[in-house]
Design a binder for this molecule. Structure first.
Ligand SMILES: [Zn+2]
Length: 136
């Protein structure tokens, strides 16, 4: 047996793959819905100048959601590729197995919890630096 997938059985990987595909389908559905809604927002902008501020806020919100969904979709596609390559379930930074518990909640997780937290902390620090720059 290759040591690459020692923490997950074939059956477990198949169950997670099913979850990934279901999630992917749900996002695709939502994306189509968001797209239709944003088209409607677009149509309303010309209609009423009083509501313009509110409308553009709604539009930004929709775009933001779409970005988050797109990001997740990307992670799902990467996870599906890792399943095909037999590399699924291992952290993309340190190579350690990602815990089953974590994969059950987030089957698309590319990183183990330690690396994820470290990454989030770094991103948080970057945001703080940006915010300080804005103040100056
Ligand atoms: Zn890691």
């Amino acid at each position: 047996m290759p040591s690459k997938t020692e923490n997950l059985t074939k059956k477990e990987i198949l169950a997670l793959k099913k979850k990934l595909l279901e999630r992917k389908e749900a996002i695709m559905r939502k994306m189509r819905q968001y797209y239709q809604e944003s088209q409607e927002v677009e149509a309303n902008i010309a209609q009423d100048t009083v509501d313009r501020a509110e409308t553009s806020y709604t539009k930004e919100f929709l775009l933001l959601l779409t970005d988050a969904e797109r990001e997740q979709l990307d992670l799902i596609n990467q996870a599906l590729r890792r399943i095909e390559a037999g590399e699924y379930g291992h952290c993309q930074i340190c190579g350690q197995p990602i815990s089953k518990k974590r994969l059950e909640i987030m089957p698309w997780a590319p990183l183990c919890i330690e690396c994820q937290q470290k990454k989030e902390k770094e991103e948080q620090e970057e945001k703080e630096i940006e915010r300080e720059r804005e103040i100056l």
